[in-house]
Design a binder for this molecule. Structure first.
Ligand code: ATP
Ligand code: NAG
Ligand code: NAG
Ligand code: NAG
Ligand code: NAG
Ligand code: NAG
Ligand code: NAG
Ligand code: NAG
Ligand code: NAG
Ligand code: NAG
Length: 672
């Protein structure tokens, strides 16, 4: 780096303006911004420069925002030479609505283009999507400031700095902190503390060493020892030329990512950012409270003395009302635990006017979290047994880490005596079944909407089965567990039921879980769930959505209408299209309907080995693969007789509405 200083091209002109920009020659750009008022950045997504000069990358939940240096930079002196040394310094601040949880993170990146339109927010930090993450064609180097632990991305914790090459699985990462110069001791820092911090990033072209150093802004000079160091040949990654900039991304909770100042030097050290000129971070929600108290407290003191007696009585009562159950082992799940008091306030004391519906496990209420004003669905589940609770909550926490745009996000839980409360993202448009069966005068969904919901649910289920580090079996796929968000995207819900097991280990025998009509024959026989029993239920779901009918109806005491048999019969007779929901009034894409119905029958194959995997289902639905040529005769065995042959007695069929949900829950709480 010292050699670099000696180059004659360095002209560091710090104007009295808040920013300065000196480009001596194309391959030696140098600039420094202290606040971004009047700076020529190009912005994308929700990013904005506020009037006070603060660059704000995100402004709400589930968004991504970008800021780029407007022109691409030449990282090489000539097209075929090595990437030059460069150095970056930035001052940033992260403010979350919650004290101990924030999502998802921000990055400084070097990328070949400014077009991130196909990247996802959430844990992809606005850089990649589930297809592109890890692809060497990305040509992206990024330093992530990550505030959420995603185990599928091998994140070390929820507060780290990492080096990312083409993938959010970092090549090197360290918990946020710095080494004190004098004592050489490591001091922890909390990225989402809402305090401004400075980060330095240096790449040395000779040694190919990448260094990142972090420090609180009030530690005035840069620590000597970097936080993390790694060696990587960036010449093999970066394109010529490349853009530099920032990305910020949020998930279901609102977190604000700010950049206060930024400097950069190509082939030279990044100029020091003038800290005295930096814009101030806005007072966050959490901090706001103390200023309010400062003003109100003196006025309130007299009043307070008067009412102190009453308050004590009220507090004692509240203590009881908000009493929760906490055990030592729960400490490690801290961030996922909501306080009962917040949930009580959110739902207005679990008032009936906020009741969304009642399911097999308990009541679901709509709520608005008091601090963040975030809409949630709060599910109250009663339980008697404390046994197995730890396993269950471990599951809840694991499930809470699952993030996908076709899954209803589980935000956390709260626990009281005899009661478990699950908190989900609120889905504005309610559950799919109410549309299919036109309850409450809901509009009929047209075929395009239905097909897109089908594809969405297939994607969500594929993610559960194959894209995550563990195989997750949903176990209760049906139209009433498909919820529709504000954009009418289908999202798979009700994860309280999902059970996990590691790739490769034996399937576990459990109580039968699920709902009649969606249960695969082998599941009824052995009680063992597998991804293929989910595929079976998905098949039943496909018929439900296409035909607009429930999978089982009982005509008389002993007679059952099985939707699948009825569809099969029509297929035999060559009149498959007659099974399509009459409410569509004949307006649908015949090719797609034909594909969905036949795929449904394939998924509903009595022999599990004949069913496709969700990966194949996706390929069929996307038209990437033609459906295998299945003749109706190969499927001709009546489902009902098949079930009976497999030792499944028709007595169970007398209770087609039976959901074994209750049995399931006791199964969960009773341990394995
Ligand atoms: N995240 C959510 N957002 C909005 N509404 C929801 C949400 N979760 C559930 N609901 C509503 O609450 C009702 C009850 O849901 P719940 O999942 O408990 O029951 P279910 O799916 O009908 O039955 P089961 O418990 O057997 O799966 C549903 O009909 C749905 O409309
Ligand atoms: C920039 O400087 C380098 C030497 O450091 C030189 O090789 C190159 O030609 C210069 N480019 C321009 C556009 O002046
Ligand atoms: C900002 O940068 C772009 C790209 O270099 C340039 O076209 C534009 O003129 C600049 N605008 C200002 C106000 O400097
Ligand atoms: C966030 O920014 C976008 C784009 O500037 C804007 O459309 C949206 O309304 C903003 N959202 C909030 C909650 O301020
Ligand atoms: C950005 O990339 C997407 C594909 O990833 C493409 O469809 C779109 O046209 C591109 N936009 C621009 C402005 O180049
Ligand atoms: C710093 O953080 C690490 C990991 O998060 C933790 O183990 C350690 O106890 C923390 N140290 C202090 C002094 O808080
Ligand atoms: C810097 O600020 C932090 C938190 O505001 C404080 O704990 C610390 O003592 C300060 N350090 C210095 C050197 O002022
Ligand atoms: C650490 O030491 C270096 C070199 O002695 C010095 O430049 C720097 O200001 C010091 N930083 C702190 C935080 O004391
Ligand atoms: C670094 O990568 C470049 C481009 O792939 C290659 O030409 C060069 O030999 C590599 N350097 C080392 C030391 O491996
Ligand atoms: C930083 O800005 C302030 C206010 O404009 C100025 O007084 C001070 O000299 C600047 N410091 C440096 C190191 O340029």
């Amino acid at each position: 780096m010292l050699d670099v200083w000696n180059t004659p091209f360095i002209v560091c002109l710090l104007l009295s303006l808040s920013s300065s920009l000196v480009a001596t020659n194309e391959s030696q750009v140098q600039f420094s911004y202290s606040g971004f008022g009047g700076a020529n950045l190009s912005l994308d997504g929700v990013a904005a420069v506020r009037p006070d000069g603060l660059l704000q990358l995100t402004n709400s939940t589930d968004v991504k925002g970008y800021a780029f240096y407007p022109t691409p930079l030449h990282f090489r002196k000539s097209p075929n030479s090595m990437v030059q040394s460069f150095s970056v310094s930035l001052v940033f601040g992260i403010q979350s609505d919650f004290t101990d949880v924030s999502v998802d993170g921000m990055t400084f990146f070097v990328a070949p283009s400014k077009n991130f339109s196909s990247a996802f927010a959430n844990h992809f930090l606005g850089l990649f999507n589930d297809q592109t993450d890890g692809n060497t064609n990305n040509h992206i180097f990024a330093v992530e400031l990550d505030t959420f632990q995603n185990s599928e991305l091998k994140d070390i914790d929820n507060n780290h700095v990492g080096f990312d090459i083409n993938s959010l699985i970092s090549i090197e990462a360290k918990s946020a902190g710095f080494y004190d110069n004098q004592t050489d001791k490591f001091k922890n820092m909390t990225l989402s503390s809402g305090e401004p911090m400075q980060l330095w990033i240096d790449y040395d072209s000779d040694t190919m060493q990448i260094k990142a150093t972090l420090a609180p802004l009030n530690v005035t000079s840069r620590p000597v020892k970097p936080l993390l160091v790694s060696t990587f040949n960036l010449s093999s990654v970066l394109m010529e030329p490349s853009y530099i900039g920032f990305s910020g991304a949020t998930g279901p909770l609102n977190t604000l990512y700010y950049v206060l100042g930024w400097s950069f030097g190509m082939n030279s050290p990044a100029p020091a950012i003038n800290i005295t000129n930096l814009p101030k971070l806005p007072q966050g929600h959490r901090k706001g409270r103390s200023t309010v108290l400062e003003i109100v407290l003196p006025i309130a003191t007299g009043f307070f003395v008067l009412t102190v007696g009453t308050t004590i009585v009220i507090l004692l009562r509240r203590q009881l009302r908000y009493a929760e159950l906490r055990e030592d082992w729960e400490a490690e799940f801290g961030p996922h635990r909501f306080s009962y008091r917040d949930l009580y306030e959110a739902t207005d004391g679990f008032k009936n006017k906020n009741l969304l519906g009642t399911g097999g496990f308990g009541k679901v209420y709509k709520g608005v979290l008091p601090k963040s004003k975030f809409d949630v669905a709060v599910k109250k589940v009663s339980h008697e047994s404390r046994q197995g609770m730890k396993e269950f909550i471990t599951e809840v926490v694991t499930i809470g880490r699952l993030r996908h745009r076709n899954l209803v996000q589980l935000l956390g839980y709260c626990r009281r005596k005899d009661e478990l409360i699950l908190v989900y993202d609120y889905m504005e448009n309610g559950s799919l079944d109410t549309y299919l069966y036109s309850e409450n005068g809901k509009p009929v969904l047209d075929w395009t909407q239905r097909f897109s919901i089908i594809k969405g649910i297939a994607t969500g289920l594929f993610y559960l089965h194959e894209k995550w580090e563990k195989v997750v079996i949903h176990r209760d796929i049906k139209a009433s567990n498909v919820l529709l968000d504000s954009e009418m995207n289908g999202r798979l819900g009700d994860f309280g039921l999902a059970r996990l097991y590691d790739h490769g280990t034996d399937l576990q025998t459990t109580h039968v879980v699920g709902t009649m009509g969606y249960l695969a024959p082998e599941l009824l026989r052995s009680g063992k769930s597998s991804p293929l029993t989910d595929v079976f239920a998905f098949g039943a779901f496909l018929l439900e959505v296409t035909c607009g009918q429930r999978p089982i109806k009982h005509a008389t005491e002993d007679m059952h209408f099985l939707l699948v048999d009825w569809v099969l019969e029509h297929w035999h007779r060559g009149s498959l299209m007659q099974t399509v929901d009459g409410k569509l009034q004949g307006s649908y894409n015949e090719e797609e309907v034909n594909l969905v119905l036949k795929l449904a029958l394939l998924c509903l194959h009595p022999l599990s080995t004949a069913r496709p995997s969700m990966r194949q289902v996706m390929e069929y639905l996307d038209g990437e693969m033609p459906l295998p040529d299945i003749a109706p005769t190969r499927l001709s065995t009546s489902m009902l007789s098949m079930m009976q042959h497999n030792g499944f007695t028709s007595s169970i069929l007398s209770y087609p509405d039976l959901t074994t949900s209750v049995g399931t829950f006791s199964g969960l709480s009773g341990g394995r």
